[in-house]
Design a protein around this ligand. Structure first.
Ligand SMILES: Nc1ncnc2c1ncn2[C@@H]1O[C@H](COP(=O)(O)OP(=O)(O)O)[C@@H](O)[C@H]1O
Ligand SMILES: C=C(OP(=O)(O)O)C(=O)O
Length: 417
């Protein structure tokens, strides 16, 4: 970085101080968490996420109709990279996180995150695997670097840009650039995209799943899409029956997530991870070092372990709290149900992206399995949200049926309008 910009690793307390002093909307809640705001974007921007299509990725990645990969060229990546680095260099200080991905030591990846906001640094500190002091000293060259200049927009007149947000991945340069969104989840999901590229080359399956283990070592995987909006009628969702003490609201309702985090965090089982895993010959390993729980309507009674994890060190995104008591009102969706959120979901009547979040280190869950690895899974659960009520609430699938439903994406929400 530029000589006038100081960069460094900060501890949790220092990051709290920096966030509270310099980042508007950052406060300590009654339980000690750092409550903060992600700005206009309160969820991911998949339509603004691009991958450089070069000689190698042209062959290796799926492009074109039906593919979720949106392309950009190397030159445009460099334009955005320069813009992000120039922005970061214009600041007095930037935050640097050197951390690891993947609890399987044989397939661990070193990542560096350079960010402008203390909130982003604390978030990644919680979400990636934390190195020891000695490992920080001997970290060396990272395998991948994120430049997060999310407060600064991309230039809408730059080739490929369709808004002021761009999340750009260059696999050859091993870099990711973020412009125009401060939603912290972009960083963790960007690294997950990287793992989807790197791990299959090593004959390892990267999985969007939660994972926990019974006392006898039986591992269960929970698959289900996140970040989808749904209109669910009471009683129509499969996951309702998997965890009957929780309930969906009575009427038509919009929400995110199918329950990987909620259902893998289970008092009676050891938590291996809530969202991203690798399945290799060695068994299962969590990619991350933390959890990113949705907290809309969170309560002590329904989800006690997640509730208790919201303490000093935890980042609370876009929640509303009482100015004096600093008690969080988890039913308040006014920040994430913003005009922007409504626009994001294409004007679906009454829709609000209820995406208030808590990011905490996995060891904040009392029965976390550390290190976060386990043997080959015994059960695979596909969580579905079938608003039509066509799927039986619980079905035991044969292997071909499982493959069919997994590949056809039926763990996603199926909605009515
Ligand atoms: N029966 C249920 N099973 C799972 N989640 C439920 C249930 N009822 C309500 N919920 C809520 O749905 C959301 C599920 O989100 P989450 O577990 O984060 O999904 P994912 O990890 O798959 O993205 C949470 O806000 C949870 O409180
Ligand atoms: C970070 C995200 O994923 P998940 O819902 O799986 O936590 C997200 O969709 O914004």
């Amino acid at each position: 970085m530029h000589n006038n910009t100081s960069s460094g690793h900060y501890n949790d307390a220092e990051l709290y101080e920096q966030a509270i002093r310099y980042e508007k909307g950052s406060f300590i809640t009654s339980t000690g968490a750092l409550a903060t705001l992600s700005g206009a974007k309160t969820g991911r921007s998949p339509r603004d996420k691009r991958i450089v299509n070069d000689e190698t990725t042209a062959e290796e990645l799926w492009w074109g109709k039906g593919s979720p990969n949106i392309e950009m060229d190397e030159q445009t990546f460099m334009v955005n990279r320069e813009r992000a680095v120039d922005y970061l260099n214009s600041l007095d200080k930037v935050f640097v996180n050197d951390q690891f991905l993947n609890w399987d030591p044989e397939h661990q990846i070193k990542v560096r995150i350079v960010s402008a906001r203390a909130y982003h640094s604390l978030f990644m500190h919680n979400m990636c695997i934390r190195p020891t002091a000695e490992e920080v000293e001997t970290f060396g060259t990272p395998d991948f670097t994120i430049y997060n200049a999310g407060q600064f927009p991309c230039n809408r007149y730059t080739h490929y840009m369709t808004s002021s947000t761009s999340i750009d991945i260059n696999l050859a340069r091993k870099e990711m650039v973020i412009l125009g969104t401060q939603y912290a989840g972009e960083m963790k999901k960007g690294l997950f995209s990287l793992m989807h590229y790197l791990m299959p080359k090593r004959q390892i399956l990267s999985l969007h799943s939660g994972c926990n283990m019974g006392k006898d070592g039986d591992v269960a995987l929970f698959f289900g899409l996140s970040g989808k909006i749904g209109l669910v009628k009471h009683g129509a969702a499969t996951c309702l029956l998997l965890l009957p003490e929780l309930s969906f609201p009575r009427s038509v309702h919009c929400f995110l997530g199918t329950g990987k985090t909620t259902l893998s965090t289970d008092r009676n089982r050891l938590l291996i991870g809530d969202d991203e895993h690798c399945w290799s010959e060695n068994g299962i390993s969590n990619i991350e070092g933390g959890c990113y729980a949705k907290c809309i309507d969170l309560s002590m009674e329904k989800e006690p372990d997640i509730w208790n994890a919201i303490k000093f060190g935890t980042v609370l995104e876009n929640v509303v709290f009482d100015e004096h008591t600093r008690e969080v009102d988890y039913s308040d969706k006014s920040v994430t149900g913003s005009l922007h959120a409504r626009k994001l979901f294409d004007g679906i009547a009454g829709a609000a992206a209820e995406n208030t979040r808590a990011a905490y280190p996995i060891e904040y869950i009392p029965n976390a399995k550390l290190p976060c690895v386990g043997p080959h899974p015994k059960n695979v659960i596909l969580l579905a949200c079938d608003a039509f009520g066509v799927l039986p609430p619980v079905s035991k699938l044969t292997l071909p049926q499982t493959m069919y439903h997994f590949i056809s994406g039926y763990t996603a929400l199926v909605r009515t309008l």
